[in-house]
Design a protein around this ligand. Structure first.
Ligand code: ATP
Length: 255
């Protein structure tokens, strides 16, 4: 793996056969001063996490699970909310590079293939009082069939790269492509191009969707896209347009 990743500007590469969560360790390492582009890769996670402490399931030998430590600069700190979409955009770009197929992003950051979730992203910040000690971008991708969890363990249909890609899936080159794309797309964060890439890969544009808070009310409307902060724009049934920050909202296609 080190050989495959050698061209990338990674400060450190840590590989684990089994770990609780690469993000949890990445946060700890960030607090202790881990440099920019410290990479943590795991063969298996026993406590992989998604948003709101939900579980992210990985299967040894079939999933890709890694976290990257990033030190956002002063300008990027104004755009922290765009770092988890950045992870999703990097996965979409890698899917094109590796398989030649188009993925989509279920706002804010789930990567879908044929409408099913194939990658999840978790961006978490390590703070010391008001000082940002690092941002940890965790990315989990279902590569091979065995990585797709049983339906009763997940809240949204899932799939994997192998189900949609005619070429063999090589975890290391896919990892390399995600990181290389991430570094390139990060350089566009201050630029309108970043949001237009996000908009282009967004799923459900023009379709009727619902947005719900865990255990709370649901808003329905037509999905218009994202604004320049990455907030979701919905046209409500009365015609008003509302914008929503990601927070703890879940997006679904209305049936
Ligand atoms: P939602 O789609 O409900 O908005 P989310 O974006 O908050 O969810 P994440 O935090 O990215 O989801 O991931 C956690 C959720 O993903 C879990 O609740 C589970 O339903 C689902 N999940 C867990 N592991 C996998 C996996 N390997 N493949 C696909 N889905 C998974």
């Amino acid at each position: 793996m080190r050989k495959t990743l050698a061209d990338l500007p990674l400060a450190q590469i840590h590989y684990y056969n089994e770990i609780g969560s690469t993000n949890s360790l990445g946060l700890k390492m960030s607090s202790e001063g881990a440099p920019e582009y410290t990479l943590l890769v795991a063969e298996s996670q026993t406590a992989g996490r998604g948003r709101f402490a939900r579980r992210w399931l990985t299967k040894p030998g079939a999933s890709l699970a890694f976290s990257l430590v990033i030190h956002p600069n002063r300008k990027e700190i104004q755009k922290l909310a765009l770092f988890s979409p950045l992870g999703a955009l990097a996965v979409c770009a890698a899917v094109i590079d590796q398989c030649g197929i188009e993925a989509e992003i279920k706002w804010p950051n789930d990567v879908l293939l044929d409408g099913r979730k194939t990658a999840g992203i978790l961006a978490e910040a390590a703070w010391d009082q008001n000082e940002l000690k690092g941002l940890v971008l965790g990315i989990g991708v279902n590569l091979l069939h065995a990585s797709v969890p049983p339906e009763n363990e997940i809240l949204f249909p899932a799939t994997c790269m192998q189900a949609h890609c005619s070429q063999p899936i090589r975890a290391e080159s896919f990892l390399k492509s995600i990181i290389a794309n991430l570094i390139h797309l990060r350089s566009l964060l201050q630029n309108d191009k970043f949001i237009s890439h996000y908009q282009n890969w967004l799923a459900y544009i023009g379709e009727a969707v619902s947005l719900s808070k865990t255990g709370s009310e649901t808003v329905t409307g037509t999905l218009l896209g994202v604004n320049n902060q990455g907030e979701l724009r919905l046209k409500l049934p009365g015609g008003n347009i509302m914008e929503f920050a990601a927070g703890d909202l879940s997006l679904r296609l209305r049936n």
